[in-house]
Write a protein that binds this ligand. Structure first.
Ligand SMILES: Cc1cc2nc3c(=O)[nH]c(=O)nc-3n(C[C@H](O)[C@H](O)[C@H](O)COP(=O)(O)O)c2cc1C
Length: 400
């Protein structure tokens, strides 16, 4: 056996002896990183990709929206052309039939799809969602795969770290759903290990308290170009916000009180202030992201007619089917309503380009740092948004 193969063997080492942690740096701290460009914008702009059947709309009104790789890869190029900062894709593991109806469960894997797009894009940040507790998904895999994608994308890789709120997903992996707050503790151990693998100059050993993996003289090279990939998480719970405060650069928030955009604008200032305070308590800054569906046409009347047509073609889906324990949507009594599910299931905004700009401006004033848009009919609606709304965002001083 070659000498170099022997060096990393853990034989004879006390593996319970954890190596000392070294500081880990966010890519936002490196002025030349692609991620740092996000800080130059008053309001960040992202696109929520429809890599799953139905996108976010339980409606049968004819549309082009499609989960296929080619369709989504074209959307990413389109968004890049319009100067969007990032695209984002969700991750789901649903049994046969999904939620039913248009949400039939067909979905590309988030990590794999965006990994492929690292090679087909040049400027835009790519944020994939990963369930870090589903596995075996070892921190060493995660650290190595992300470091690789960081290099292929030249620093444009990001991960939305999720812990899995649907009972059925945990069951699919072979166990009962882990208790809500414990999931964040386990995810913290996972990310501690991953971040050390990104930062440690030497082989690294780590024995976690709660998790059943460990590291023995583990090493990852090359290191990510700018400290680490961008880290994001999506939450409304105290445990989740604390997790974001410790690890994330961005946090996806929901409206604390329902999907109505006016109620959201009224209640978001206290919520975004809470997130900021939690981050400051850890000596950090975390930027907030909101994900509305945008229904925009040249005139307000046309936009409302478009919304009415989507809702008139609404279809039922059983959204309680998978027993979510997510806190983020708890106060949203209208969440299951058919009309709401037809237009995104979260906040939606309807209007002319000027009216949409006004909503963006007010959300920004409510403490929202970035807006990640989704659409009903993605390709044409994104084109309209890019042509008509994006220039107005610049005029309004929300984008450079
Ligand atoms: C914008 C957004 C995107 C999300 N994407 C995913 C996802 O792709 N996969 C997933 O399992 N959960 C996703 N979630 C759910 C969160 O991971 C989390 O389970 C949920 O917000 C509840 O967390 P909480 O109980 O800490 O509030 C998303 C949530 C939001 C707000």
């Amino acid at each position: 056996m070659a000498e170099s193969n022997v060096v990393d063997q853990p034989v004879g080492r006390d593996t319970k002896q954890a190596s000392p942690f070294v500081p880990v740096h966010s890519p936002l701290e490196f002025a030349q990183s692609p991620a740092a460009r996000l800080l130059e914008q008053p309001l960040n702009l992202g696109l929520f990709l429809p890599i799953q059947a139905g996108g976010w709309s339980a409606s049968n009104l004819p549309r082009s929206t499609d989960w296929s790789f080619d369709y989504n890869a074209a959307l990413v190029k389109q968004a890049e052309g319009f100067g969007f900062d990032f695209v984002f894709a969700l991750s789901q593991w649903l049994p046969k039939g999904g939620y039913g109806g248009v949400f039939n469960g067909e979905a590309l894997d988030s990590f794999m799809s965006l990994a492929a797009m690292t090679a087909t894009t040049e400027r835009i940040m790519l944020v994939a969602t990963s369930h870090v507790l589903y596995g075996p998904w070892h921190p060493l895999h995660f650290a190595k795969f992300c470091a690789t994608l960081d290099h292929i994308s030249k620093g444009r890789w990001g991960v939305n770290v999720v812990t899995g709120h649907r009972a059925v997903e945990h069951e699919m992996f072979g166990w009962q759903r882990i208790e809500h707050d414990k999931r964040y503790e386990l995810a913290a151990e996972f990310l501690d290990a991953v971040q050390q693998l990104w930062a440690q100059p030497d082989n690294f050993s780590f024995q976690p308290e709660l998790s059943n993996w460990r590291l023995d003289g583990a090493f990852v090279t090359p290191k990510p170009r700018y400290g680490r990939p961008l880290l994001v998480n999506a939450t409304g719970s105290t445990a989740g916000i604390d997790f974001a405060a410790r690890y994330s650069d961005f946090i996806f928030i929901t409206s604390p009180e329902g999907s109505d955009v006016e109620t959201a604008i009224a209640t978001l200032p206290a919520h975004t202030a809470r997130v900021r305070a939690a981050a400051h308590a850890h000596g950090r800054t975390v930027r907030t992201l909101l994900n509305p569906m945008v229904i925009c046409r040249e005139t307000s009347a046309e936009a409302h007619a478009y919304r009415s047509a989507i809702v008139a073609n609404a279809v039922e889906g059983n959204f309680d089917r998978f027993n979510s324990d997510a806190h983020a949507w708890r106060n949203q009594a209208d969440r299951a309503q058919v009309a709401r599910r037809a237009v995104g299931g979260n906040i939606s905004m309807v209007g002319s380009p000027d009216e949409i700009i006004d909503y963006f401006r007010r959300l920004h004033a409510a403490g929202v740092d970035g807006i990640q848009v989704s659409f009903y009919d993605f390709a044409p609606d994104l084109e309209f948004f890019g042509q008509r709304v994006v220039p107005l965002l610049r005029e309004a001083g929300l984008r450079h």
